[in-house]
Design a protein around this ligand. Structure first.
Ligand SMILES: Cc1cc2nc3c(=O)[nH]c(=O)nc-3n(C[C@H](O)[C@H](O)[C@H](O)COP(=O)(O)OP(=O)(O)OC[C@H]3O[C@@H](n4cnc5c(N)ncnc54)[C@H](O)[C@@H]3O)c2cc1C
Length: 550
């Protein structure tokens, strides 16, 4: 290894990496931020498609990951293969059978400066206080609602509830909700029908209260997405000691004994190199981070052996406990003239009990003005140019999946198994939620504005068996991968990092991204990731100022 020794090497310039690198660099640390994707196109919405918050960005700036929505025996096949070391297990023996079960879902996370925050739906929802009760109950008492609230306030510049005890008014991320006059006729009808069926108004879905229907907060300015890099890195990149290196992947972390000392890099042009750093901070996301760890020998010892990499730490939780929010969307064709291209697509949502029990367990949201050409392959599946969806998202799924490297080759794809619906109660709750959403859809204010609905009929909704099968086969993830290197006490054998993001049993290595969530919160995951990064960055800055390595 040669060249500069950095104070911090931050891996991945997504939601967490942007915050972490900016905060460390502002504190005077020499920071190298390495990002596998490229820079964003310069300029506003005319030249930079990533600014357009009226749609998801699923092509051009993404990892081309494929996910299995269920689970398979593929990991067991790999581990049990005789003398296996780093091959492609799915083509052999048992693996062939598991491949037959393979259900490939495009899982296009962000691969660009800004990461997934640059391609996402720009929904800026905070979790519920009970989400953090759960984090604390899993051995993380420093992560209660009271303790994380100041960090949410630090992030936000809330235009609707500016700077009070519960909201932030001066942070780098603008948060804004549509006013009643900005709602589309379908959105007003959705809100009215929710009210009529007993769901009360909740003007602030971020205020900590659970139930209610209200406008969806978004991290947008004048309709343009404000991603984490725009919010945090624009200023920070003017600092002399922050270097952002794009088109460059970290293939593995380098260790001296049990201390991380740097990483191996692979540029898009194939050039390999290595860098040294006092601290390595993995912010490669809930898919990227566990795979880098596994290829570095940090993970289940049996997996290190199967991959043929030297074991550094036996941490079986690396890659396990992967969670995402399953959802079912009921798609309809609007009557001519009801919807318009380019209008906002997700402005109103309701948190409510599905009816499975009395728990507030689903979010039902209206997806409006959705141009099917903006989602790869969608127009072919639906055949309609413009659609309206009622989406039912399960807030706190119990099902878990996993992600693992099948080969030490950094060019091989990770195996992603989301395990959706592997716990039956998740399917049950979604079934009840779909019934609830169907009732809303059939209300005259909404139903009269729709031409027809895809797939579902009254008879199917009424039939228990048909509904269960439909839900099981139609449920999709939300691209909210989390939990695959979870935070928890060292006494929990499946936890990977402590409450300050430090990897158990190792020095010089932190994980700061959605992979360390102890459980997936009741909302899409961006704001929670930013909060987590703000909080751990505080610790990292304190260590740096005291001259300590982590
Ligand atoms: C399509 C989509 C829609 C979503 N919609 C919403 C929404 O509306 N609201 C919401 O709250 N959340 C949403 N999310 C989820 C949210 O954006 C993510 O949870 C959040 O951005 C995760 O942040 P992260 O820092 O953990 O990972 P990311 O932001 O994904 O950052 C990881 C970064 O690391 C880079 N990387 C990976 N591996 C390497 C490597 N080996 N070397 C170097 N760099 C590497 C990646 O390219 C990426 O830039 C959505 C996500 C997607 C993909």
């Amino acid at each position: 290894m040669s060249g500069t020794e950095w104070d911090h090497l931050v891996v991945g310039a997504g939601s967490a990496g942007s915050v972490t690198a900016a905060r460390l660099a502002a504190a005077g640390a020499r920071v190298l931020l390495v990002e596998a994707g490229g820079e964003q196109p310069a300029g506003g919405a005319e030249s930079n498609p990533l600014r357009d918050a009226s749609r998801l960005i699923l092509e051009g700036f993404n990892w081309d990951h494929r996910a299995n929505l269920r689970s398979s025996t593929r990991l067991e096949d790999l581990l049990n293969r005789d003398g296996g070391s780093g091959g492609n297990g799915a083509d052999e023996g048992e693996g062939r059978r598991s491949r037959a079960l393979w259900n490939r879902f495009p899982y296009q996370l962000g691969k660009v400066v800004g990461g997934s925050s640059a391609v996402n739906g720009a929904i800026a929802l905070r979790p519920l206080p009970r989400d953090f009760d759960d984090w604390a109950a899993r051995g993380n008492p420093d992560w209660t609602w009271e303790r994380v609230l100041p960090y949410f306030r630090r992030i936000e510049r809330d235009a609707d509830f500016p700077a009070d005890d519960a909201h932030g008014g001066h942070g780098p991320v603008p948060v804004r909700r549509p006013g009643p006059e900005q709602l589309h006729e379908l959105e007003t009808a959705f809100r009215d029908e929710c009210r009529r069926t007993g769901v009360r108004d909740l003007p602030d879905l971020n205020g900590g209260r659970e139930r209610g229907v209200g406008p969806v907060p978004a991290n947008t300015r004048d309709g343009e997405r404000v991603d984490a890099a725009t919010a945090y890195l624009t200023e920070a990149r003017r600092l002399p000691d922050l270097e952002v290196r794009t088109g460059c992947r970290v293939t593995r972390v380098l260790f001296e004994g049990r201390r991380a000392v740097g990483a191996e890099l692979l540029r898009d042009d194939g050039q390999r190199s290595s860098v040294r750093a006092g601290n390595v901070v993995l912010c490669a996301g809930a898919i990227g981070t566990p795979v880098v760890l596994q290829r570095s020998g940090v993970g289940a010892a049996r997996l290190s052996a199967a991959l043929g990499v030297a074991p550094v730490a036996d941490l079986p939780g690396v890659g396990e406990n992967l969670a995402d929010h399953p959802s079912v969307v009921i798609w309809s064709l609007p009557k001519p003239g009801v919807c318009e291209p380019g209008l906002p697509w997700r402005q109103i949502a309701a948190r409510m009990p599905s009816g499975y029990d009395d728990d507030t367990d689903v979010q039902v949201g209206l997806l409006n003005n959705v141009e099917t050409t903006t989602i790869p392959g969608f127009v072919d599946r639906l055949g309609w140019p413009m659609v309206v969806g009622l989406s039912v998202m399960l807030l706190r799924p119990e099902s878990r999946g996993r992600v693992f490297a099948e080969s030490a080759d950094p060019d091989s794809s990770p195996v992603i198994e989301l395990g959706l619906g592997t716990v039956e109660a998740d399917v049950d709750r979604l079934m009840y939620g779909v019934r609830r959403a169907w009732g809303l859809l059939r209300a005259p204010g909404i139903g009269n504005r729709l031409e027809r609905t895809q797939f579902w009929t009254d008879r199917m909704i009424d039939n228990e068996v048909v509904l269960r099968n439909g839900v099981r086969n139609i449920m999709n993830p939300g691209w909210h991968a989390a939990g695959s290197a979870r935070m928890g006490p060292a006494s929990d054998p499946m936890s990977v990092v402590d409450q300050r993001g430090r990897v158990h049993g190792l020095a010089g290595l932190r994980v700061v991204d959605a992979s360390v969530f102890p459980s997936v919160p009741s909302v899409p995951t961006n704001l929670t990731t930013l909060m987590l990064a703000e909080r751990i960055a505080d610790d990292a800055v304190t260590d740096f100022k005291e001259g300590k390595r982590c």
